[in-house]
Design a protein around this ligand. Structure first.
Ligand code: HAM
Length: 403
């Protein structure tokens, strides 16, 4: 039997209901915040991700579904959504047009990670990207929007917050960090030795306990911010507090993608196991210019839909629509015709096999129909249909012309 690939799941039935419920809710919130839908290709040139997510990141370094296509192009399945949206933004010359542009998207992302609970190789994100707003109020708005989506889905969270500085303060911080880590280089893990050369700040979120102990005295990002970053971060915290959003400061939160500056945040859940990040994002003011666009401030976030599906509190499902069935073979053509007449304005499910009443009632109940409607030889003779309201349990016989 051919099975799906490791870390790639089918979504159907009850899962699909959760999936669509989440997307519909998040879409509604995004639209209320003034965001517009954008769809970008699943396949992009590999160079796009190398230049945005960063060659030193695990995502690009180890996890890409990368191949050469029939035209000898080096391509890969997108591991995340931001890079494609930024490429589209530049390609459509919106960077040159100026103004504010806000997008949301949802779709599959691909990372060749080691699969485990909550960690897939094909997973789905709902994301938003905002271009052209150089204000920390927009960062706060992103966070409040994520919080609104989670609240609407009945999902509790902890919000972790950090500032990654900018080109004024980050280089000095990096140099100090490298100096500190180099002094304890003999005790650190292989990954951190590599990070020291490629992307030193990633040592801060190393999962190795020994490394973390060694880094306890390392210089702290938040103590190294320049005045501009510092005052933005202070303002961000105030806006969140003013708007009732609780947060924890995590000065080691560096995110796994290289394009961030200033605000970085993650929403985590304590109810889904070790893969606890349910959303993440931040500001990326340099990315548009890194991809050859006109410098444009930007900020965004993405949420992991599979992780959220475990946490969503679904609204009680309501009975809806009609189930129509025949009790005798000769009534089947008639129930099919009635079904077609009713469809369009109503959800109608037709049973093509003649069955007794008990089995039709079971069938109607199984699909959560509001009405079970049945026709047999007697009803054909009288020109009627038997209808039971499965909510109120009342039943009646109606003339077909009144049905
Ligand atoms: P990210 O933190 O890499 O950020 O991913 C966002 C979310 O996707 C994570 O918080 C997690 O819920 C989910 N996720 C990531 N990897 C997996 C996986 N292997 N299996 C299941 N779920 C996963 C980004 O992708 C950025 N593009 C977010 C962003 C948008 N920043 C600015 N704009």
């Amino acid at each position: 039997m051919v099975k799906s690939l490791r870390g790639m799941n089918d979504i159907l039935s009850e899962d699909y209901e959760r999936f669509t419920y989440f997307i519909n809710t998040a879409t509604d919130v995004a639209q209320k915040y003034g965001f517009h839908f954008i769809e970008t290709p699943l396949l992009e040139e590999t160079a796009l991700f190398k230049r945005s997510v960063g060659e030193s990141s695990d995502i690009v370094g180890k996890e890409m579904y990368q191949f050469t296509d029939k035209g000898e192009n080096d391509v890969c399945l997108r591991p995340e959504g931001t890079a494609g949206v930024v490429r589209a933004f530049i390609q459509k010359k919106l960077d040159k047009a100026g103004g504010v542009h806000r997008f949301f998207y949802h779709g599959s992302m691909f990372r060749y990670e080691r699969p485990q609970k909550g960690r897939l190789r094909q997973f789905h994100q709902f994301g938003v990207e905002s271009f052209g707003v150089d204000s920390v109020y927009e960062d706060a708005t992103m966070i409040m929007m994520t919080s609104d989506i989670l609240k609407r889905c009945g999902i509790g969270y902890r919000l972790q917050l950090n500032s990654l500085g900018d080109q004024n303060c980050m280089p000095d911080y990096k140099a100090n960090l490298v100096k500190f880590v180099t002094e304890c280089k003999d005790g650190i893990c292989e990954d951190c030795v590599r990070r020291l050369d490629t992307n030193p700040i990633r040592v801060l979120d190393c999962k190795n306990d020994k490394c973390q102990t060694l880094y306890e005295g390392a210089p702290k990002l938040l103590n190294s911010l320049c005045d501009g970053c510092e005052s933005d971060f202070t303002k961000l915290k105030k806006i969140l507090t003013d708007n009732g959003i609780a947060y924890e400061i995590d000065t080691n939160l560096v995110r796994g993608l290289d394009y961030y500056s200033k605000t970085a945040f993650e929403f985590v859940s304590d109810n889904i196991g070790s893969q606890s990040a349910i959303a993440g994002g931040g500001r990326y003011d340099r990315l548009v210019e890194f991809l050859d666009g006109r410098p444009t401030p930007a900020v965004g976030f993405a949420m992991g839909i599979e992780r959220l599906m475990e946490l969503i509190v679904m609204p009680e499902s309501k009975r809806e629509g009609y189930y129509i069935g025949a009790m005798d073979e000769e009534a089947i053509d008639l129930v099919v015709r009635l079904t077609q007449e009713k469809r369009g304005s109503q959800k109608v499910i037709c049973e093509f096999k003649a069955k007794n009443l008990k089995n039709h009632l079971k069938g109607a109940d199984k699909i959560n129909a509001k009405f079970c409607c049945v026709i047999g030889t007697n009803e054909i003779k009288d020109g009627t249909i038997w209808v039971k309201d499965l909510e109120s349990k009342s039943e009646k016989v109606i003339l077909l012309k009144d049905f």
